[in-house]
Ligand binder design. Structure first.
Ligand code: HEM
Length: 263
């Protein structure tokens, strides 16, 4: 169950005890309050339920209402019991176990300090590479997968290798990179594309920590294919641009992973 009972336009009050309802196994979560930046949910975990280790790109706060359990924060165990309050900064890994039926309020809010602003210089430099990306996009992405599968063979298992062999996946990535280069100053226009790719990423279990791998290989491929046109300035701009795009995907995918957990 995943029900919103209030929005932040109105005041809201509830007796949490009245809202607690445990499933026979697993989790029931109820969104109490939600807006663009934050979400407050009541989680009710049946005894024995475990939430595997994961990270959130948002800051999180757990306030235990009743029951007993454990939270492991980056390897450190903390006992959960009525009244315990745990703050989990964005990107810190954590896992939860319910030893008894366990109810807590989870507050999530955006970690704004991590949001980067794209400089005008970066926008101009990245846009200036768009014609080259249009012409050589697939050469760049084919090279990027070649580098990645050579240097990080462990990621191969997530990919459909026939889509590599027939060129469809490098072509899709090339289209995405070109679209990003042309819309770097209007990320709203990329929403539908980001959404589609993010869902595919979640299906193939892409994780935040894998973004630097793709970044390193993509930047190397851009440099290999652009040759002399890959000046230091252009490469610095693409490094910054990639980090921003990676953050957009990581945030979107985190929301999809979290909604799957709550439904
Ligand atoms: C900003 C960086 C990235 C961009 C622009 C990007 C782009 C794309 C695109 C366009 C697709 C095709 C989606 C579709 O079929 O509709 C895709 C699929 C995929 N991406 Fe990414 N991606 C990025 C980062 C990553 C990372 C970090 C990984 C982790 C290894 C990854 C792994 C995958 C996988 C496994 C698929 C499915 C491919 C298949 O079915 O063979 N991507 N990505």
């Amino acid at each position: 169950m995943n029900t919103t009972v209030a929005s932040s336009n109105n005041y809201f009050t509830a007796n949490l005890q009245d809202l607690i309802k445990y499933p026979t196994s697993g989790i029931i979560s109820k969104v109490l309050l939600k807006d663009n930046n934050s979400q407050y949910s009541l989680f009710c975990l049946a005894a024995g339920t475990e939430i595997d280790k994961h990270t959130s790109t948002r800051n999180a706060l757990i306030t235990v209402v009743e029951g007993r359990g454990n939270i492991n924060l980056e390897g450190k165990d903390i006992a959960l019991a009525s009244g315990v309050f745990v703050f989990i900064p964005a990107n810190v890994s954590h896992a939860v176990q319910a030893r008894e039926n366990l109810a807590f309020v989870l507050a999530l809010w955006e970690h704004f300090s991590s949001k980067k602003v794209i400089s005008q210089q970066t926008i101009d430099l990245v846009k200036s590479t768009a014609p080259i990306l249009k012409q050589h996009g697939q050469k760049i992405t084919t090279r990027m997968y070649e580098i990645m599968f050579h240097n990080y063979p462990e990621v191969k298992a997530q990919f459909d290798m026939s889509a590599q062999a027939n060129g469809t996946q490098p072509a899709k990535l090339a289209t995405a990179v070109y679209s990003y280069a042309t819309h770097i100053d209007d990320l709203e226009a990329l929403k539908a594309m980001v959404d589609k790719i993010a869902h595919r990423h979640v299906k193939t279990h892409v994780l935040p920590e894998q973004y630097p791998i793709v970044g390193e290989c993509l930047l190397q491929a851009i440099q290999d294919v652009l040759g002399d046109a890959a000046t230091e300035e252009v490469m610095t701009a693409w490094t910054e641009a990639y980090q921003i795009l990676a953050e957009v995907f990581i945030n979107r995918e985190q929301h999809i992973y979290q909604s799957a957990l709550q439904s």
